[in-house]
Design a protein around this ligand. Structure first.
Ligand SMILES: [Zn+2]
Length: 553
């Protein structure tokens, strides 16, 4: 028998809810997040932890991961139809799975685990309880993060169509503002060559309108700040589908219904990244930069519908945005751009030309940065400057302004003074306007090598400070059968920890967002009575802090 996996067949299926409560979402697929698109839908859990989570379809457990960040406790169920469903931020797994995970954690002596399982270990029926909802990992409150993936390619697809009839949505997307982008040296808008925010307001009939008259000449592009809304929730969501047309001809169109994890970082080109860094506002650019290979853009061919609009006639151009959700609720915004012939100031570039389609390498003054092709979304004029002896070990290298890179780009800094004896303590740091971020790296013959995913200012620092361990109410540990600490690190970050009772490994769970490290009494592995507790916490540079105490369970 030949099995062909078809999305139309799969997405016309209905799935039972993974929760026993009415479905209300706090997040949708494709929603804009920092450096990525949201890869699933978020089910609200009424602010509660511990609600039963059920399998949406017959499956076997193919993967279990536990992490102090990201998905926290997550389960992956592989279904016979070629899809995998993912359940993340769980508080705990169903008992047999929980026992299996705990055994693995004790074998590996590690809290974070990522386990791949073969078919025969856990067979799961539709509706079977597989775990309990929670707030583990990088979660901003109790909810269930749920995904449907194509098992073969691991690509997430929009799960909403499977639950469409179980959710009410009569609200259309909301447009908040627009941005207009004259193209460098090629266009001008309202007498300016800089990008400009255009305010949106409602007219008497409740229709969205643009307040400012727009006149332009040459090449321009548009951007829009908009959200979707749903019934029964005040949350804001991502806009699933958007098109921009000029004089009834579509110039830009996307549908966010599937992407790959290798593509999710194209978000940094999908949105106005500089604006996001500056104001924490997501303007979606209605333009496809040449190095942006996100497959959600609807194009007839490689050069069509890339969003660049050429205003070349002295007349009125009719622009129309259409924003649509899965339920076909649609917002329309119409406005005019008046073509007005005028001089376009010449663009005077400053810096070294870096083509997005080529490998670009900077090597000077003890720094080497390689930007292999595929990492820039558009061509740039790379600027460089250097501040001597910024730290006792290195100069400060200003490698362009803050600018996104798609993948890891190798950066090497040669120390100008390799005087620190313990080489493990060196690391590359990113120097921001307000904060210093540890990037790290490997020491080799006086050079530190690492990878960066953003251009900006970099230097070499050392981290010689040990993490801090703060016991939380130790006099209650025995009564509550739980040992708790708050742990923190000043620079390179918490990397490892090891706890023992009477010299035997015990599992300490770590919640990075709360900086909590805790160990719950496990009757299977721990005995009651007096014992010696020892905890060792390490940062990424191997600086160690320890804590010793006696405890009587
Ligand atoms: Zn989520």
């Amino acid at each position: 028998m030949l099995l062909i996996f078809s999305y139309t067949t799969v997405s016309s299926q209905k799935l039972p809810s993974p929760l026993d409560i009415p479905i209300i979402l706090s997040g949708n697929f494709g929603e804009l997040r920092s450096n990525h698109f949201h890869s699933g839908i978020d089910f609200k859990t009424q602010g509660r932890i511990g609600l039963p989570i059920r399998a949406v379809k017959e499956a076997f457990v193919s993967r279990i991961s536990v992490s102090p960040r990201g998905y926290g406790r997550a389960l992956y169920l592989q279904h016979p139809d070629g899809t995998t469903s993912v359940y993340a931020h769980l508080n705990s797994f169903a008992a047999p799975i929980e026992n299996f995970v705990r055994d693995s954690q004790y074998i590996k002596e590690s809290f974070p685990v990522d386990l791949s399982l073969s078919e025969e270990i856990f067979h799961i029926k539709t509706g079977q309880i597989i775990g309990y909802g929670g707030n583990t990992g990088s979660s901003g409150g109790p909810h269930l993060h749920f995904e449907i993936r194509d098992t073969q390619t691991n690509e997430p697809i929009d799960p909403l169509p499977f639950f469409k009839t179980q959710i009410k949505d009569t609200r259309k997307p909301q447009i908040r503002a627009m941005m207009i982008y004259p193209q460098e040296g090629k266009g001008i808008v309202n007498g300016k060559t800089e990008k400009q925010v255009l305010k949106i307001s409602k007219d008497k009939a409740g229709k969205d309108t643009v307040q400012t008259p727009i006149n332009a000449w040459g090449e321009i592009a548009m951007g829009i700040k908009a959200y979707d809304a749903m019934n029964d929730a005040t949350n804001i969501y991502g806009v699933r589908e958007l098109s921009l047309s000029v004089d009834d001809k579509i110039v830009f169109h996307y549908i966010l219904d599937r992407f790959s994890f290798a593509q999710t970082r194209y978000l940094n080109s999908f949105v106005d990244w500089e604006e996001w860094i500056l104001s924490r506002k997501f303007y979606m650019k209605s333009v496809i930069e040449p190095g942006n290979l996100l497959n959600c853009y609807v194009k007839k061919d490689a050069d069509s519908n890339n969003g660049i609009i050429n205003i070349e006639e002295e007349r009125s151009y009719n622009f129309k945005y259409a924003l649509k959700d899965l339920y076909d609720n649609t917002s329309i915004l119409e406005f005019e751009v008046v073509g007005q012939k005028q001089d376009i100031p010449t663009f005077k570039p400053f810096g070294t030309y870096y083509a997005h389609s080529k490998d670009n390498i900077t090597e000077r003054d003890g720094v080497k940065l390689s930007i292999p092709k595929g990492n820039l979304y558009t061509d740039i004029y790379f600027t460089y400057s250097m501040l001597k002896n910024y730290t006792p070990y290195s100069h400060l290298y200003k490698l362009h302004k803050r600018w996104p890179l798609h993948k890891d780009c190798p950066l090497e800094i040669t120390l100008c003074n390799d005087s620190f004896p313990d080489k493990e303590k060196y690391g590359i740091t990113a120097i921001g306007e307000k904060k210093i971020s540890w990037i790290g790296g490997v020491y080799q013959n006086g050079t530190i090598k690492t990878n960066i995913r953003e251009l900006g200012a970099y230097t070499v620092s050392i981290d010689t400070t040990s993490p801090k361990i703060l016991p939380i109410l130790p006099n209650k540990w025995a009564i509550e059968k739980k040992i708790s600490f708050k742990i923190s690190d000043n620079l390179s970050g918490i990397a490892q920890w090891k706890g023992t009772l009477n010299g035997e490994f015990v599992l300490f769970e770590y919640d990075a967002k709360k900086a909590l490290l805790f160990c719950e009494f496990d009757p299977k592995r721990m005995s009651i009575g007096k014992q010696k507790l020892e905890l060792h916490v390490f940062d990424a540079c191997g600086n160690e802090q320890s804590y010793k105490a006696n405890i009587s369970w």
